[in-house]
Design a protein around this ligand. Structure first.
Ligand code: KIV
Length: 272
């Protein structure tokens, strides 16, 4: 059994900052329910993200856009009930932080109050920085999310690598600096060239967590269903699969069906 837990104290935004200063990498993974969150926390994860990828891997949508605030709150409260050590982060879903600071703040307060999460993650740079600042000013820790922002997929039209040209790379750096300036405690960078991920991590004081942003950043995040091999159709270059749960689950369920059909289950010791 592989459990990495050198320090059983609760992970806080301050401890993440200290980890960056020490050069200790930060591990982050998604979870959406009580049972998996409990296992992931027991394994020693630093940050558990209740991602809006719930829209894809839990609800079966093609994009992250359909998941609602109420659904994120349901997943968030299921995860916080299980977690003792990791910092729990809930994604603000599409449309809840989009230029109306008062509405964004009310949505953010709902998530914090109803889930008991430690912090929020919000996609976007300058365009939503007033909303993010208002949320941070209300005492809610925020992790930014830049680079590929899946909530803007209809604007991009593609999930290809972002910030490959100079203009977009410069905007990315400026947005990252702005998010740090307004008080974000960390930033997720998704699917950008490794050289830019490293440059941003080197220039900023707050932790930079990458997903497809190379190994020069301060930590890594993956979607749990992808890294455990529950989903198999999604295979970007940045994904490392640590298990093939799809095969294990299909084989186990197949064996159960066979045992029922062949009247092997339940046997004498498995009944009252
Ligand atoms: O929703 C999510 O799972 C995410 C990760 C891809 C970082 O935002």
């Amino acid at each position: 059994m592989s459990v990495h837990q050198e320090d059983s104290r609760k992970v806080t935004t301050h401890r993440l900052f200290e980890m960056k200063q020490r050069g200790e990498k930060i591990a982050m993974l998604t979870a959406y329910d009580y049972s998996m969150a409990k296992l992931i926390d027991q394994a020693g994860m630093d940050i558990i993200l209740v991602g809006d990828s719930a829209s894809n891997v839990i609800a079966g949508n093609i994009t992250t856009l359909p998941v609602t605030l109420d659904q994120m709150i349901y997943h968030g409260m299921s995860v916080t009930r299980a977690v003792k050590r990791a910092l729990v982060l809930v994604d603000m879903p599409f449309g809840t932080v989009s230029g109306n600071s008062l509405e964004s703040l009310n949505a953010a307060i709902r998530v914090m109050k109803e889930t008991g999460a430690d912090a929020l993650k919000i996609e976007g740079g300058r365009e939503v920085s007033d909303d993010i600042k208002k949320i941070i000013d209300a005492g809610i820790p925020v992790m930014g999310h830049l680079g590929l922002m899946p909530q803007s997929i209809n604007k991009y039209g593609t999930y290809t690598v972002r910030a490959k040209d100079e203009v977009e790379a410069e905007k990315l750096m400026n947005d990252a600096k702005l998010l740090q300036e307004i008080g974000c405690f960390a930033i997720t960078l998704e699917k950008i060239p490794a050289s830019i991920g490293k440059k941003i991590a080197d220039e900023l004081e707050i932790p930079i967590i990458g997903i497809g942003a190379g190994n020069g950043v301060d930590g890594q995040v993956l979607v749990m269903h992808d890294m455990l091999g529950i989903t198999q159709s999604f295979s970007p270059r940045f994904l490392r699969r640590y298990a093939n749960l799809q095969e294990i689950i299909i084989n186990s369920v197949g064996n159960y069906i066979k045992d029922v059909k062949e009247k092997d289950f339940p046997n004498d010791t498995e009944q009252y």
